[in-house]
Each structure stands twice: as structure tokens, then as C-alpha cells.
Design a protein around this ligand. Structure first.
Ligand SMILES: *Cc1c(COP(=O)(O)O)cnc(C)c1O
Length: 354
């Protein structure tokens, strides 16, 4: 059965929270922002964003970067050297999507199990044990909320245990907090308490927080100074970057941070809508990511993606039998209900042809 494709503007776009467009307040800030040359003697708005983010997260200094990928890479480059070992969760974004960093750092990446977004403490203790000799990591990467684990958020006490284990053994901790504020909202704690357990933290501004681009890396002054030099080496120093940083400042306002809980409510509503559909196994979302296992329906992730698109719902296949659906500012309760109806229609269609 073929269905007329809807124009993209009518589609319910659950592909990612990166699709969020700048808010009106962001455009206003972008227009009014004082600008300079960030590659020369500094851009005042970028500096303001860096200071604001550092203050908000309780770190000494901040660095504005074009993306969270670059913020993570700079954290690795600034805190590890050639032939060092960097440990990261096997399902973490740094391990699954940014493994190329090992080519730049010339460090080894070591994988640790991280089921449900929480690093396995025994595996971590073994990895950092002095008994391992020179094959011990010097840097540990942690991720929260955990993208590939359906936006899962490890408890604050777990994060503290991870940090304590690392610190005891002199291992630095980098937190990939691309969605740190989602994690904080889910746990109902201040974001700064989540990254108190890390030396450096990267926060993405262009996901649920709606800035058009950019991320910030926060940490000790000396580390950030080093990361700033490395950013220039990578071509990441931009000129009148305050235009983008102004939107970033608005992204880190109480209004934008505060509304993330709405996305979590929308995700729960979507998960509830899908839970009753035969053949679908759905996570209980802690944040804004709904993972749907479609294996029992007999359709592949890709086939589901195509059939949902034909019904005006955009999702992404996440492996052969899973779909990832992400809620954000442009998706309301009405739209996730429409999405759930489309899932039901596809499931019925597959059951008929089975
Ligand atoms: C999206 C994401 C990144 C990369 O962010 P970009 O700004 O798109 O480079 C890094 N880590 C995690 C966990 C992410 O979800």
C-alpha cells in the first residue's frame, strides 16, 4: 500500500532535538550582541557566554566551540597524550560516533560496559586498578543523559561513585553532557551538581536548548587555556562568533533550560501511546528520547522509518531493529498523538501482510 507523502512542513519531526530552530528571543539577542574578533583579541559576547556557562556549572573557565563533537575532542586532546589510554562507555557517543578522536589524540580508546547509561563500577574499578600496570586509562569519559541508551540518566550517587573511583587512581574525568540539562531536569538536581563529579564537561547548545549551533567546554583554567590553543589549531576559532554565542546565551537562560521538562512529558506521552501497540517494545523515557524496538513486528528499522515518513512522521532507524524518536520544542502533545496513530497504522499494515 502506498500513501501520498506529506510535505515536510506538516511532518512530525522526531529525528532529533537538533532540528529545533532559534527562538525569537535568540534572534533579538543575535541582533543586539556586541561583536569582536574571537580569533584575534576576543569576541565580547563569546566571552560572556563562556563566563556565564562556567558560572552556571561551577567551573573555572569555559570555551565556546562550533559543536559538542569539537568540545569533546578538545577535552580529549587537552587531557591526554600519545599512547595514553582513554576509557569510555562502549555505547557512548564518544566511543560509537567520535572514535576518530583517537586518530587525532594518538591515544587508545578502551571500552567499558555502560548498560542503561551507567558505567559498570566493577569494570571501571578493574580498569583503573594499579594491577593493570601501564594499560590503565589516564582519562575517563562519562555521558549523561545517555543518547544511545534512550536518554537514560544514571543517578547522582552513581556519578559520584564513578568520580571517586577515578580520582582515587589519579584518572581525570570528562563528562559528555551534550544533554546535561535534560539529565539534571530528570533527576531534579542542579546541573552543576552533576558535573561536580567531572574535571571537564561539554554541553551542546543546539539540541533541546534550541541554539542554531555551538557548544561549550568547561573546566579548570589551565585545561581550557590549552583547549583554546588547540581549538585554533583545528580551525575552530571563529571571528564575529558572538552572533552565534548570543543565541547560546539565550539557550542557557532559565526559560530554555526550564522548558526541557516539557519535552520529557511529551516523550512519556509518546511512549504511553506506543506501549499498547502489538509488537513494539518501548523504553520508559527518563528524558526526551523514546527508543522503539520493532523486531517483533517483522519490519526492519529502515522499513519502519520509510513507512512512518509516508504517514508524515519522521524518526531515525537506530540499528537494524530499533527506532529513535526525540521530542523537542516543536513537538506538542497533539503531534505525538498523531505520531502514535501513524505507528499503529504501520503496525496494522505489517500484521496484515505477515
Ligand atoms: C549530539 C551529541 C554530541 C555531538 O554534538 P554536536 O554538537 O552535534 O557535535 C556529543 N555527545 C552526545 C551524547 C550527543 O548526543
Amino acid at each position: 500500500m502506498s500513501v501520498q507523502a506529506l510535505p515536510a512542513t506538516d511532518a512530525v519531526d522526531l529525528r532529533s532535538d537538533t532540528v529545533t530552530l532559534p527562538t525569537d528571543a535568540m534572534y533579538a539577542q543575535m541582533r543586539a550582541a556586541p561583536l569582536g574578533d574571537d580569533g584575534l583579541d576576543g569576541d565580547p559576547t563569546a566571552r560572556q557566554l563562556e563566563a556565564h556557562a562556567a558560572d552556571l556549572l561551577g567551573k573555572e573557565a569555559g570555551l565556546y566551540t562550533p559543536s559538542a563533537t569539537m568540545a569533546n575532542l578538545l577535552a580529549l586532546l587537552a587531557q591526554s597524550g600519545r599512547l595514553d589510554c582513554i576509557a569510555a562507555g562502549v555505547n557512548s557517543h564518544i566511543y560509537t560516533s567520535e572514535a576518530g578522536a583517537s586518530a587525532f589524540t594518538e591515544a587508545f580508546l578502551m571500552q567499558l560496559p555502560d548498560p542503561l547509561g551507567a558505567l559498570d563500577l566493577q569494570a571501571l574499578a578493574d580498569a583503573v586498578s594499579p594491577a593493570r600496570g601501564s594499560a590503565r586509562p589516564t582519562l575517563l569519559c562519562v555521558e549523561t543523559s545517555h543518547n544511545n541508551e534512550g536518554g537514560a540518566v544514571a543517578p547522582l550517587a552513581h556519578m559520584q561513585q564513578v568520580h571517586a573511583l577515578a580520582q582515587q587512581r589519579g584518572v581525570k574525568v570528562h563528562l559528555d553532557g551534550a544533554r546535561l540539562f535534560n539529565a539534571a531536569a530528570a533527576l531534579e538536581v542542579e546541573a552543576r551538581s552533576l558535573c561536580a563529579a567531572a574535571d571537564t564537561v561539554a554541553v551542546c547548545l543546539s539540541k533541546g536548548l534550541s541554539a542554531p549551533m555551538g557548544a561549550v567546554l568547561l573546566g579548570p583554567e589551565a585545561t581550557i587555556r590549552r583547549a583554546r590553543v588547540l581549538r585554533k589549531a583545528l580551525g575552530g576559532a571563529q571571528r564575529q562568533v558572538g552572533i552565534a554565542a548570543a543565541a547560546g546565551l539565550e539557550a542557557l537562560s532559565p526559560a530554555q533550560i526550564g522548558r526541557l521538562a516539557e519535552d520529557h512529558a511529551t516523550a512519556r506521552r509518546l511512549a504511553q501511546g506506543l506501549a499498547g501497540i502489538d509488537g513494539l517494545a518501548v523504553n520508559a523515557p527518563q528524558t526526551n528520547i523514546v527508543m522503539v524496538d520493532v523486531q517483533a513486528t517483522g519490519g526492519t528499522g529502515e522499513a519502519w522509518e520509510t513507512r512512518l515518513r509516508e504517514r508524515g512522521v519522521q524518526v531515525r532507524a537506530w540499528g537494524p531493529h530499533r527506532l529513535r524518536c526525540v521530542t523537542h520544542r516543536h513537538v506538542d502533545a497533539h503531534q505525538v498523538d498523531r505520531a502514535a496513530a501513524a505507528f499503529r497504522a504501520v503496525a496494522d499494515c505489517l500484521a496484515e501482510t505477515a
